[in-house]
Design a protein. Structure first.
Length: 401
């Protein structure tokens, strides 16, 4: 006997992973150079040199038992102190070391944060579309209901009319992700202020806090919008889920953290619940060596020059071909309207030409396609004729209808 739910989850890959595995299979059959794989958000820029230097320095100059041994369940105290300092210096946030919990990337941060906020059977967690598809898995695993806010199609900020309909007295938290996967939108300060004002009103109306879970793995990957606007500055009932997967190109090392604002309602109880959820899910003591690396390289991130260049080539190239998409200010995704409007059939037509792009349906945004541009610039250039052909076919009504 086994869990039917876990069986289902394990038997069916996410649509992103499915395409990625398909791409690997096709590369073996037809040659890597003939597959245009834009499916996964796996950084292609190497980690900064400082990461290698930190690893060598830690390994050569520290006691190896301590380097590889368990840290405190919530993470090494000196690492948490450095992160706390960094959040204060760079973003003017008030998060003491005793409100930071080291985790295995953003996924673990989200699972822990959602579990920590679970209160009763009626709980609902709200995600703003377009959203990372795993949110649904993480929320439903706790037994809570997963609710979604309609996308703001004009610019992929927040659709406040829809938010206002979805949030109710059972809402425990609103999950946001900026810079956004898949749209590349970065929430403007005005959007965050409006979100904060809206939730303050609802908190007062319902007589209990509604937290923001802010999923921030792309925080440092912003191109044109200056300083990153941190939602915690505008709304203290915020739990930040951070990861070094993208900012330091370390997705395989599984390292990140949760930060609970010092000024959040029930801040110390929420943090204790985070520690409890970390314990219950077996996420105590995140990878020891990489906690220490994270502490040493605080404030440093991978060179995003290649992503910017890729974005410009892809955005300009696709819009010149007649594709429509919102100009992305961050992350490394372009969210393109499927010509003809049907993302599933357009995705299938692209797949036939070994061009792998992810339909927006699982992101809560049917009719759109995610094109991940953390790939080689050269592959983007080679893929342009395929995008052109697909657009021509869709114009002659062959696909996407
Ligand atoms: N949240 C978003 C929006 C993501 O895009 C990803 C990964 O692509 C994650 C969370 C999970 O990140 P991690 O690899 O750090 O667990």
């Amino acid at each position: 006997m086994f869990s039917e739910r876990m069986f289902q989850l394990g038997s069916r890959r996410s649509s992103i992973r499915e395409l990625f595995e398909y791409g690997k299979m096709r590369a073996e059959l037809v040659g890597r150079e003939n597959v245009f794989d834009f499916s996964l958000g796996n950084p292609t820029v190497p980690p900064p040199e400082e990461v290698k230097d930190a690893i060598i320095n830690i390994i050569e100059n520290s006691d190896s038992v301590a380097v590889h041994g368990y840290t405190s369940a919530q993470g090494d105290a000196s690492v948490r102190a450095r992160i706390s300092e960094h959040l204060s210096r760079k973003y003017r946030l008030s998060v003491s070391p005793d409100r930071i919990y080291m985790t295995c990337g953003a996924a673990a941060s989200l699972v822990i944060s959602i579990s920590a906020l679970r209160y009763c059977d009626k709980d609902e967690f709200v995600a703003v579309a377009p959203y990372f598809p795993e949110y649904k898995v993480f929320v439903e695993e706790t037994g809570a209901a997963f609710k979604t806010v309609e996308p703001d199609y004009a610019n992929f900020q927040i659709n406040f009319d829809s938010l206002s309909e979805v949030v109710n007295e059972n809402t425990r938290a609103v999950i946001i992700n900026s810079p956004n996967n898949p749209s590349g939108a970065v929430y403007r300060e005005e959007t965050l202020r409006n979100l904060a004002d809206f939730l303050c009103v609802r908190e007062a109306e319902y007589g209990h806090p509604i937290y923001i879970i802010s999923d921030e793995p792309y925080r440092e990957i912003i191109y044109d919008c200056g300083e990153y606007p941190s939602v915690m500055r505008y709304y203290s009932d915020t739990i930040m889920c951070y990861s070094y997967s993208k900012s330091l190109s370390l997705p395989g090392e599984r390292i990140g953290y949760i930060a609970v604002s010092d000024n959040a309602k029930d801040s110390s109880e929420i943090y204790a619940a985070v520690c409890g959820a970390g314990r219950a899910h077996g996420y105590v003591c995140a990878p020891s060596l990489f906690q220490k690396v994270a502490g040493e390289v605080c404030g440093i991130h991978s060179d995003i020059g290649v992503y910017r260049k890729n974005r410009d080539i892809l955005y300009n190239g696709l819009t010149d071909l007649g594709y429509s998409c919102v100009h992305p200010d961050g992350a490394f995704y372009l969210f393109v309207k499927a010509p003809g409007g049907n993302s599933i059939s357009f995705g299938k037509a692209a797949k036939k030409r070994d061009l792998l792009i992810v339909p927006g349906d699982d992101f809560g945004c049917p009719g759109y396609m995610r094109v991940s541009y953390c790939v080689s610039t050269e592959m983007i250039k080679r893929a342009m004729p395929v995008f052109k052909k697909l657009m021509e076919e869709s114009c002659s009504d062959n696909i996407g209808q």
